[in-house]
Design a protein around this ligand. Structure first.
Ligand code: SF4
Length: 80
């Protein structure tokens, strides 16, 4: 499983939901906005907690995007 997290930081209102759900990935900064600590997801567990953060974010500024990997050639090469 590989995915990445995109954060539209300008839209963040600092509610703290992402930090509560995925503290390994999110921190509150001194400007009262969340900061993304790492944007690469490599496990299902991390994917799930960040998906929860994405859904919990009241301003929809978190985007978890699944990436096609070489280890899944069927998905990457599928044309039909
Ligand atoms: S959940 Fe969204 S609005 Fe709330 S702190 Fe995190 S990024 Fe900001």
């Amino acid at each position: 499983m590989e995915a990445k997290i995109l954060h539209e930081r300008k839209k963040c209102i600092g509610c703290g939901a992402c930090v509560a759900l995925a503290p390994e990935f999110w921190r509150m900064s001194s400007d009262n906005k969340a900061t993304l600590l790492k944007n690469k997801i490599e496990s299902k567990k991390d994917f799930d907690i960040n998906k929860q953060a994405e859904m919990a974010c009241p301003v929809n500024c978190i985007h978890v995007v699944e990436e096609k990997t070489k280890s899944n050639p069927k998905k990457a090469g599928e044309k039909r």
